[in-house]
Unconditional design. Structure first.
Length: 127
């Protein structure tokens, strides 16, 4: 009797797997410091937030978020500098739809946050 019950249970499980596939584990979605955005500038309806993220090598890098609170699409150009990094003087531009936001991080040449620096040590000037 036990053998029949075991075989029946095994067949029922096999049929369930055949029809539904193996159950997939839930994915853990990790957001990179998404709650740590800090407003550093607000100008002409554009809010600029800064945060940091960990790069592949474990070093901390800077990321920006631009929020367009106006009813029109805008193009923004900016320069980023840091007193502790005299060789950092980069120019960027981005376009943002009306009433939306866009995150930015330089994928080709990430902006490093050196030991002792924070996101506030960077100067971002709208051009």
């Amino acid at each position: 009797m036990k053998l029949k019950s075991f075989v029946f249970l095994l067949l029922a499980c096999s049929a369930s797997v055949a029809m539904n596939g193996f159950p997939m584990p839930e994915k853990n979605v990790v957001q990179m410091n998404s709650a740590n955005w800090e407003l550093v500038k607000s100008e002409n309806g554009i809010n600029l937030y800064v945060s940091s993220y960990e790069w592949l090598d474990g070093a901390m890098k800077l990321k920006l978020k631009f929020e367009n609170t106006t009813a029109a699409s805008v193009g923004i150009s900016w320069t980023i500098t840091a007193a502790d990094q005299p060789d950092l003087n980069r120019n960027y531009s981005i376009s943002i739809d009306a009433n939306s936001s866009k995150e930015f991080q330089d994928e080709e040449n990430p902006i490093s946050i050196e030991v002792g620096q924070t996101e506030k040590d960077f100067t971002i000037t709208f051009n």
